[in-house]
Design a protein around this ligand. Sequence first.
Ligand code: PHE
Length: 353
Amino acid sequence: MLDKLEQAKDKTLTAISAADSLESLAEVEIRHLGRKSEMTELLKGLGSLPPEERKAAGRRVNEIKGEVRRALEERRAAVAAAVYDNLAESERIDTTEPGIRPALGHLHLTTQAIREITEIFRALGFVRVKYPEVEWDWYAFEALNMPPDHPARDEWETFFIDAPEDERLGRMVLTPHTTSGDVREMEKKRLPIRMMNISKTYRRQIDVSHVPMFHQFEGLLVDRDVSVTHLKGVLDHFARSFFGPDRKTRLRPFHFRFTEPSFEVDITCGICHGTGEIESGGKCRLCKEGWLELGGAGMLHPNVLKAGNIDPEEWSALAFGWGVERTMMMRSGISIDDIRLLYKSDLRFLHQF
Ligand code: PHE
């Protein structure tokens, strides 16, 4: 019986030293030392030995038990230590290794221009606002002195929205210009007004110089005794700040239903400086005649002031507005031959700015 016990002990010790995790050690303990193990079975036989052998056998059994227990505890401690050693190695961080820089983006070219334009007009006290892109016919056309079916509306190739009409405000449209914000601003009933409305605008047009969604910025100044002189001053301030100190503007008579008088604003060409000729004597290829067209402006029509519940006898107003994208592309240093590139989300293009 003792021989068998010695064999069982050897098997158990081998199993203990082979176990390489706390889980497998626990299994070894159950299998070799548990209630149903060979070892336990053999110990039960101890009582059947003759009394003279029993004492010596009992001592040996205790030694074996102690030896196995010790082996088990030692192995357990070693395995546990190894677990922590591995962890220290696998979780190790080399704080001296060069890091991976997070990719840093930048604002879209249009957003940069919008911020710059905002700042330029803020210097003159214009407060930035934003009005709905989905607008009522009333604000986009009718309040701007363009009654239903007036042919002037054709200038704006409008997206109408398939939505129920409002009795007073008419149909819904994707606003074709930021002038729709003028009457909304007047409705706030806070006079005088210096508004800078920069919003998305929509027109049914797409080619190298047009996109269906673009941005406009609109200045509206309502005060007592506002004149074309003020308009010219504001526009010159913008031209100098945005394009450079040597740039000048001129007003060319034009027609809009919502301004009277109305103008188109031109700016001196950055290449030929307003002469229309290049140094070698030929015609300037960019502008041909010295001037580039910026956009529309004028003194607000009395009917528009009335639509905004403002008395045109007491107050007068100047307004101007045009495309952010076009303006930004006219600035020297940015030559983009297809405006649609701006909204293609092609990072190879966008990263350049
Ligand atoms: N809203 C006009 C356009 O989109 C521009 C304009 C604005 C003209 C303000 C006069 C006054 O063409």
